[in-house]
Design a protein around this ligand. Structure first.
Ligand code: NDP
Ligand code: BG6
Length: 535
């Protein structure tokens, strides 16, 4: 285990025997992380707990400080206490270790300010200089924008005005003599834009202040172990890549199902809907990793270049057959885990006449040599019967039936990649039933992370924060990727807007909370002679 003399002391972490002999993790440079929106839900539930777990795993440098920034006036101590409660409730590694917590909390600070107030950023600059002097930090800074998206551009502009985020030297510039200049990186939460035009405008705006190399657009799905494992599964094993194409694959289903409703985020969700909230980012990112060509190297641009090609190859949904490709609906009253639950329109901060979709199912094609003719079916929804994110690769049937009776078909092979929960991979195939007859039964070969590695995977935010501190943008979305996915998704929104503007625009279909969506979602599959897999 690596020793960092400056790290706070903590009880020994049991080494994972399966990591023995593997490369040691890299340790980031000492730095300070400023969290804008520090009093918000994300900071409480995800960011501080992730930073605590990283400290607990000794993955952060010993000299590391956190500065929370928000509007309410509270002291450093009150903020530390709030964060202690948040970590006690949400950190992956619980209960909190009191000694470790004291050492961790000592370097947590709070700065009050308004995003629209330039003076607040000059005050922040002085505060950072103070903290860095006291802790012996060299000026490396990460700014995390956990703010309402409407503030992303103004925060970045203010960072620029206060000269808090200078651009790095251009690539290829002569290396400075002595220590490299400190870095300034900015993590931007989702949603990045509302449609293609706003995403473009936001990119233009933030590029006035920042170089693309400083920008870390977060999509937390890319931080999930199982999503990264897609790359390992495809490119570190010789047997899967040869069948990963239209010769062997009949179709692919990607499901992102949640049992929860909109919870306390009705105000946000009203402006978003499932297509913006889950498909434009998470599901299209998963799709692009699944479908991309092998990158030439595991480096940020090589990987993102290949993902971009997939996003650019998405065929626009044909206007004439739109309903055969896109289904949307909203949850009505129903039940979840045996409890009666209200419908979307009855949720807090949701309009009683809302037409926002909480479910979407889509059929799409990727126009490339590899995937020509293979339909991809995507669905995502809230208040579905089960929380599951999964990619199911349905292979073609055996071309010639040796067994079974004429007219009978054998179930085709399915490779199910379970992203969450019960992370793992299962391959279904046909096997001979024991006995004198040549009867076939479906069986499954399974790999499960939990039982194979004996450790729970880290939280996505842990991995992504660490990558940003290490300067690795591979698992963050690049400007052109975001624009390509909006270009595809925005056409669907435009069509919905046109439909809504028509006199006969029709009602938005509903589905009972706790069901798998509206009947039209099933029809989308049965029309093609297929069915959704029951995950
Ligand atoms: P919240 O509304 O809970 O928090 C927003 C934060 O921003 C609060 O700390 C608030 O501070 C602060 N804030 C708002 N306006 C200003 C302002 N003018 N000046 C200073 N501070 C301000 O939002 P979330 O934490 O839920 O979300 C934050 C970001 O993360 C959003 O972009 C969201 O889309 C994204 N996100 C959130 C997820 C989640 O699960 N929560 C999941 C995925 C993405 P104050 O206390 O002063 O009001
Ligand atoms: C967020 C969406 O990006 O992802 C939420 O805004 C959604 O609406 C969440 O619930 C799902 O994330 P996970 O990691 O729980 O699948």
């Amino acid at each position: 285990m690596r020793e960092d003399p400056a790290a706070p002391s903590s009880p020994p972490v049991m080494p994972n025997p399966l990591r023995e002999g593997l490369a040691e993790e890299r340790l980031p440079e000492p730095a300070v992380m400023v969290i804008f929106g520090a009093s918000g839900d994300l900071a409480h539930r995800k960011l501080l707990p992730a930073l605590y777990s990283l400290t607990r795993d000794r993955l952060l440098p010993g000299r590391f400080a956190i500065v929370g920034f928000a509007r309410k006036a509270i002291s450093d101590d009150a903020f530390r206490e709030e964060m202690r409660a948040a970590c006690a409730e949400f950190a992956r590694r619980r209960p909190l270790d009191p000694d470790l917590w004291s050492a961790f909390a000592r370097n947590i600070f709070y700065q009050q300010g308004e995003y629209e107030d330039p003076a607040a950023f000059f005050a922040l600059k002085d505060r950072l200089a103070d903290i860095e002097r006291t802790l012996g930090l060299h000026g490396n800074r990460v700014f995390y924008l956990a703010t309402p998206p409407s503030s992303f551009a103004s925060v970045i502009r203010s960072l620029g005005q206060a000269e808090l985020a200078p651009k790095p030297p251009p690539p290829g510039a002569p290396k400075p003599v002595g220590a490299p200049p400190p870095f300034a990186r900015v993590i931007i939460e989702k949603p990045f834009g509302h449609d293609l035009e706003s995403a473009r405008a936001l990119n233009l705006d933030i590029h006035e202040t920042l170089d693309e190399r400083q920008i870390y657009r977060i999509d937390h799905y890319l931080g999930k172990e199982t999503v990264q494992n897609l790359l390992v599964f495809r490119f570190a094993n010789g047997i899967f890549e040869p069948v990963w194409n239209n010769r062997f694959v009949d179709h692919v289903q990607i499901t992102g199902a949640e049992t929860v409703g909109v919870e306390a985020r009705g105000g946000y969700f009203e402006q978003a809907g499932s297509l913006r909230d889950m498909v434009q980012n998470h599901l299209l990112q998963v799709l692009s990793l699944f479908a991309m060509e092998p990158p030439i190297a595991f480096d940020p641009d090589a990987v993102r270049d290949e993902k971009l090609k997939v996003l650019k190859a998405l065929r626009f949904i044909p206007a004439s057959d739109f309903e055969q490709y896109v289904v949307r609906a909203q949850y009505a009253t129903g039940s979840s885990a045996g409890q009666a639950v209200r419908g979307y329109r009855q949720e807090p901060n949701v309009s009683a006449t809302s037409t926002t979709e909480t479910f979407v199912a889509l059929k799409l094609f990727i126009d490339s040599w590899r995937w020509a003719g293979v339909p991809f079916y995507l669905r995502s929804g809230k208040r579905l019967p089960k929380r599951v994110t999964e990619i199911a690769v349905h292979f073609k049937e055996a071309p010639h039936l040796l067994f079974g009776r004429r007219g009978e078909s054998i179930k085709p092979n399915v490779l199910a990649i379970r992203i969450q929960p019960d992370e793992g991979i299962a391959l279904n195939f046909g096997s001979k039933l024991p006995g004198p007859a040549m009867e076939i039964a479906p069986v499954s070969m399974e790999f499960r992370y939990g039982s194979s590695f004996g450790v729970e995977p880290p939280e996505a935010y842990e991995r992504l924060i660490l990558d940003c501190l290490l300067g690795d943008t591979t698992l963050f979305t690049r400007a052109d990727e975001v624009e390509a996915s909006w270009a595809w998704v925005s056409r669907i929104h435009r069509r919905w807007a046109e439909d809504a503007a028509r006199q006969d625009g029709g009602e938005l279909p509903t589905y009972a909370a706790g069901s798998w969506g509206p009947p039209a979602a099933d029809k989308l599959m049965t029309a093609d002679g297929r069915a959704w897999r029951l995950p």
